[in-house]
Design a protein. Structure first.
Length: 500
């Protein structure tokens, strides 16, 4: 196991740190599950003091939703003391209604890290030992089986019941051999079933730790993809011999993000060539603003993540010495910004696919038709564009507003949803499709550069070298799907497009 990192305050679990904890995890059940966290004793003591204050407030007997009452439409039912003793554990049972496909290990680890961050703030009124048990799951690499989709509740109670039921020995976990009972996994790691105290069951089901965690993972993937997209656009600009005017620094006046994108496109595409055309097709000219919007949308989602990590998302939350019902479970902030990023990626993929089509056209590039070495006997890369078209079509079905379309549940008590968890899942799919389209553009632009009777610009050499390590030169037709998949799956080294 990798060395655990010390957490001395809730703010130590930043979005970046959560991403590291998540991505560092190996396959479930591995002997080296990735970096965990070591909770400082003073931090745990502070959490425990807040827990004791919250439990003292509970003993006053006032109704507290989900603690001494039922939930949803049953919130008017008061629970006896005997019922309260088992209620927090019972909350995890009937709400675990999901099924496969399951989240991958890194996504689940991110959810645990976010849940830990929100608990350490004290709003949930949970105990220090419960926080430690969340850290234990990270350290031991125990990965509960959490449904990827099918979340129809007002908050995230359904998938969170799957995520955190295993703390108490309920549900299933993932392992090298498939699913196994949570209790069996606990025993294998020397852990007992955790006895949930007052308020701890509903606290585990509250808030938006899932949408937050999944957004942390997706925004990191989006920023990586944005670099790949910039490299592809720069390569296409160079391959087409497109005029460089749209990428001039003067075009970014007052816009620092656009200035950065245009600067990187200029560096990749190289100096202005002898104009082959007065104006390139629009898909080339708008590369800068389109890619800038992807970065803006990623930044907006990152800001929403910060609000979710620092704000009040528990409900009921223990604030100012009393329990307060909140709307922190709604997650509209994250849902809206996931959708915005999905739409930005969909548009960028459409523009990328349009450039692929133009690169196949001899009237645009002056190169052999369909970039075939011997047009006619060989089809060239025409079907590569068709693959991109199919991926773009799939993305169009994703670019709709996830929160629009309310469905009443729980006898009308839950009459709206934000579908934030689903918005993050839609974004995951959009990232996959957009990466395939980008791989199609890289393969096509690389072939155009290879067929052109000119030395590639120095700014393209880095990405061309990277491509050469993944694909063989295209001398005749072959199953190009294998090339596309290798390019899409390969890690993208930051800054490679600017290497000489």
């Amino acid at each position: 196991m990798k060395m655990a990192q010390a957490v001395m305050a809730p703010a130590d679990l930043t979005a970046a740190r959560i991403g590291e904890i998540a991505a560092g995890g190996a396959q479930p059940g591995s002997a080296a599950p990735g970096p965990g966290v070591r909770l400082g004793p003073e931090l745990l003591a502070g959490v425990q003091r807040q827990c004791e204050r919250a439990r003292a407030a509970l003993r006053r007997g006032h109704p507290v939703y989900g603690v001494n009452t039922g939930m949803g439409a049953l919130s008017g039912v008061r629970l006896t003391e005997a019922e309260q003793l088992v209620h927090q554990r019972q909350l995890m049972l009937a709400r675990a209604t999901g099924g496969p496909p399951w989240l991958d290990a890194a996504d689940v680890r991110a959810i645990f890290a976010v849940r830990l961050r929100t608990f350490l703030a004290g709003d949930a009124g949970v105990s220090g030992p419960l926080c430690q048990r969340l850290a234990d799951f990270l350290a031991e690499g125990i990965i509960p089986a959490v449904p990827r989709t099918g979340v129809g509740s007002a908050g995230e109670i359904m998938p969170l019941a799957h995520a955190f039921g295993p703390l108490a020995g309920l549900g299933q976990v993932l392992g090298p051999g498939g699913l196994r009972p949570a209790g069996q996994a606990l025993r294998a790691h020397g852990l007992a079933e955790f006895a949930l105290g007052p308020k701890e069951g509903i606290a585990l089901l509250a808030g938006v730790p899932g949408a937050t965690a999944l957004s942390v993972r997706r925004v990191a993937a989006a920023r990586d993809l944005a670099g790949l997209m910039e490299a592809a656009a720069g390569l296409s600009i160079a391959a087409a011999g497109a005029p460089r005017d749209p990428y001039a620094a003067a075009c970014a006046r007052g816009d620092d993000i656009l200035a950065g994108v245009l600067g990187r496109l200029r560096a990749a595409a190289g100096p202005h060539p002898e104009p082959a055309m007065l104006q390139a097709p629009v898909s080339f000219r708008v590369a800068g603003p389109v890619l800038t919007q992807v970065l803006r949308a990623a930044d907006a989602l990152a800001a929403g993540i910060e609000r979710a990590l620092t704000g009040v998302t528990d409900s009921p939350a223990f604030l100012g010495g009393r329990f307060v019902g909140t709307a922190g479970f709604h997650g509209i902030d994250l849902a809206a910004h996931c959708d915005q990023l999905t739409a930005a990626l969909a548009h960028a993929a459409e523009v990328s696919a349009a450039r692929v089509h133009r690169l196949l056209d001899p009237h645009v590039t002056g190169l052999p038709a369909q970039l075939a070495r011997t047009p006619g006997p060989d089809a060239g890369l025409v079907a590569v564009h068709k693959r991109a078209a199919g991926e773009v079509h799939a993305m169009r079905r994703l670019a709709v507003a996830t929160p629009v379309g309310l469905i009443e549940t729980s006898g009308g008590q839950e009459d709206v949803q934000s579908f934030g968890w689903e918005a993050a899942e839609v974004l995951r799919a959009a990232l996959h499709h957009a990466r395939i389209v980008t791989a199609c553009e890289l393969l096509t632009a690389g072939q155009a550069i290879a067929l052109a009777d000119r030395t590639p610009p120095p700014g393209c050499r880095g990405v061309l070298g990277w491509l050469a390590g993944l694909t063989e030169p295209i001398l005749a037709d072959r199953p190009f799907g294998q090339d596309i998949e290798r390019i899409a799956a390969a890690p993208w080294p930051a800054g490679v497009a600017r290497e000489n």
